[in-house]
Design a protein around this ligand. Structure first.
Ligand code: GDP
Length: 363
């Protein structure tokens, strides 16, 4: 699962991407499945529950969950017509699972704003319009083909035609597809098109260093806009975070307390991006390592096992599961087992956020 950082030029995308990938850089040997391009980074997702687990199970190493970030620079007004590096960047957005849009809320006369003044909601509209137009083009191309196939009586193609028409009507009213409610079958019918406005979005308000909580009315406007489309907003000062990210740990703590932050805002961004991707975590905990793993909300136990190793999904026998509450109450896994609290779950079990698991796998 990967999230792409987008935004108009000069809003602080690169500053933020560099800060995130420098300070939260996950050790890549733990994530061997990822090939990394220069504009990509693996960012770890801080989770207090790992610290709590390690109070009872002391491992040789602790590995947080992680997500892949892609810096998709270069979207400008007119991108859907191939303006700027339009097509190339749109094709990058099509490939990601979620969009993180950085919007500029900071004032700084030294940093030119592409449209002349700081107006984050106008910036959101500019990008949304480009993505709406690009999705309309995608659907226009797809419609003719689907109609031809539907004429031969193909049921799936008929469904596709009706979903495309529904989506088109929604886009024509200048609404992103994420605000259109579709059934699972309808979503599946158009899933291969990479429709950008259907992807979940997180707004990252790049606020001034003197407004870390985002009290500026401009940020409220972003919050309202986000609320209307079911999205979240996180506030960050990219500039401050990039300075914090460069410090060593003791200086970092001092600077954080100076500016009144409990932790770097980058942590909140990583967690919010994870949530926007529809991910939750389960844990594996032993003396060798305590590790958080991502799973898509609603995943079954075999699918979760498949995150650890692809083979594990088909070789899954059962899972033994307990929770952090159990661990805090009984202090050790053997005592959880003895108290009969270690749950045995089969193939149909739907994973819950925070499950601590052992998977039993066919050799
Ligand atoms: P991008 O084009 O969106 O990738 O923007 P950059 O990250 O390259 O930033 C553009 C300019 O804005 C640079 O000169 C940054 O130093 C500056 N900048 C980025 N974030 C902030 C911020 O939070 N506050 C201020 N004052 N300047 C920032």
């Amino acid at each position: 699962m990967e999230a792409g950082i987008v935004g108009l030029p000069n809003v602080g995308k690169s500053t933020l991407f560099n800060a995130l990938t420098a300070s939260q850089a996950a050790q890549s040997e733990n994530y061997p499945f990822c090939t990394i391009e220069p504009n990509e980074g693996i960012v770890s997702v801080p989770d207090d529950r790992l610290t709590k687990i390690t109070q009872y199970i002391v491992p040789q190493k602790v590995i947080p969950s992680a997500l892949k970030l892609v810096d998709i620079a270069g979207i400008v007004k007119g991108a859907s017509d191939g303006e700027g590096l339009g097509n190339k960047f749109l094709s990058h957005i099509r490939q990601v699972d979620a969009i993180l849009q950085v919007v500029r809320c900071f004032e700084d006369p030294d940093v030119i704003h592409v449209s002349g003044n700081v107006d984050p909601v106008a910036d959101i509209d500019t990008i949304e319009t480009e993505l709406v137009l690009a999705d309309m083009q995608t659907l226009e191309n797809a419609l003719g083909k689907a109609q031809r196939t539907a004429r031969s009586g193909d049921k799936e193609a008929k469904l596709r035609v009706s979903v495309i028409e529904k989506c088109n009507a929604h886009l024509e009213s200048e609404q992103p597809l994420r605000t259109l409610s579709l059934t699972e079958a309808e979503l599946a019918a158009i899933s291969s098109y990479g429709l950008m406005t259907a992807k979940p979005i997180l707004y990252i308000a790049n606020v001034g260093e003197d407004d870390l909580e985002g009290k500026d009315p401009l940020v409220d406007k972003v919050r309202q806009h986000a609320k209307d489309s079911g999205a979240d907003v996180v506030c960050v000062s990219a500039k401050l975070e990039s300075e914090i990210a460069e410090l060593d740990e003791s200086d970092r703590d001092e600077m954080l307390s100076d500016v009144g932050l409990e932790e770097p805002a980058l942590n909140s961004i990583a967690r919010a991006a994870y949530k926007t991707l529809g991910l939750e975590s389960f844990f594996t905990a032993g003396e060798k390592e305590v590790r958080a793993w991502p799973f898509a909300i609603g995943a079954s136990a075999p699918q979760a096992a498949g995150v650890i190793h692809t083979d594990f999904e088909s070789k899954f026998i059962r899972a033994e599961i307990y929770t952090l509450d159990d661990l805090e109450e009984y202090k050790a896994e053997k005592d959880i087992r003895q108290a009969g609290k270690l749950r045995v779950e089969g193939k149909g079990y739907i994973m819950q956020d925070g499950d601590i698991c052992h998977f039993l796998i066919n050799p």
